[in-house]
Design a protein around this ligand. Sequence first.
Ligand code: ATP
Ligand code: MG
Length: 178
Amino acid sequence: MHAYEKATKSWVSHGEADTAALAAYFANLAQPGTVVALDGDLGAGKTKFSQGFAAALGVKGVVNSPTFTLIKEYEGRLPLYHMDVYRISQDEAEDLGLDEYFEGQGVSLVEWASIIPDLLPEERLNLHIEHTGGEGRTIHCKGVGTPYVQWIAELPEPPQITNEAGAAQGESKKDGEL
Ligand SMILES: Nc1ncnc2c1ncn2[C@@H]1O[C@H](COP(=O)(O)OP(=O)(O)OP(=O)(O)O)[C@@H](O)[C@H]1O
Ligand SMILES: [Mg+2]
């Protein structure tokens, strides 16, 4: 197995706006074949992140959770493939032909990606959203391979872009494993 370069950083979110700011950062860097693996507990903010990502990608209209449809496609600056594999197993997901999406001309966002570890490309952006109380979230970001390592390297350190309340502050946990 190829040993891909890795980089990690944490993003401190004090509310939806901070999560959307991170989503916009990555959406602006996205290119054909970008794969973003999203994990975190129920209600962590995976779909909120996806909505912010879609908006920054120029998707018009409503982006809902694809929990029941598994995959929804949208058109923005690039096609967006929004997936949610919560309700299926890795075995079941094998038949979905996800490679077609991952290797396609669009950007793939996968909620609950850790359910299908063997089906994901090794080079990807992993985001794990952790509840830290109330509206607080720490979003652990890990880039594996090109260009994701660079995206993490250039991600602003906390204190970051602040939300309207100017509340974003926090500590960076650069070397933490996800
Ligand atoms: N800092 C924050 N970032 C994102 N969402 C937040 C934040 N603070 C509060 N929220 C709220 O948390 C909820 C996140 O819901 P969301 O549907 O995005 O979660 P999810 O991780 O997709 O859950 P599920 O696994 O059920 O699909 C929303 O109601 C949102 O308003
Ligand atoms: Mg969701």
